[in-house]
Design a protein. Sequence first.
Length: 119
Amino acid sequence: MREYRLAEGEAKFAKLIWDNEPVGSMQLVKLSEMQLGWKKSTTYTVLKKLCDRGLFQNADAVVTSLVTQEEFASGKSRQFVEESFDGSLPKFLTAFIGKQKLTDSEVEELKNLIDYYRE
């Protein structure tokens, strides 16, 4: 199972790639310097780390994602529910909603989602 965790700097760097891909590695170095204040060596170190983790690839000096930003966010959410609520979506929703009341439209939207994803 892929781990969907990024340190703060890694997350900013990943977003930089997602926002600009496909991006040449030298252009990525320039973007990292301008937006993150990173040196070339830091950029390549973090890029290698994220490539080794299977999030991105650097082929022929062009960096692209192997996992989209949406796929990453979805996996991170699933991982959070698994770790924090023993994988129970009802437990998560109960904790998330808390004592607030749902509007009729929110209830309807949730019912529609349940019907859509029901086996």
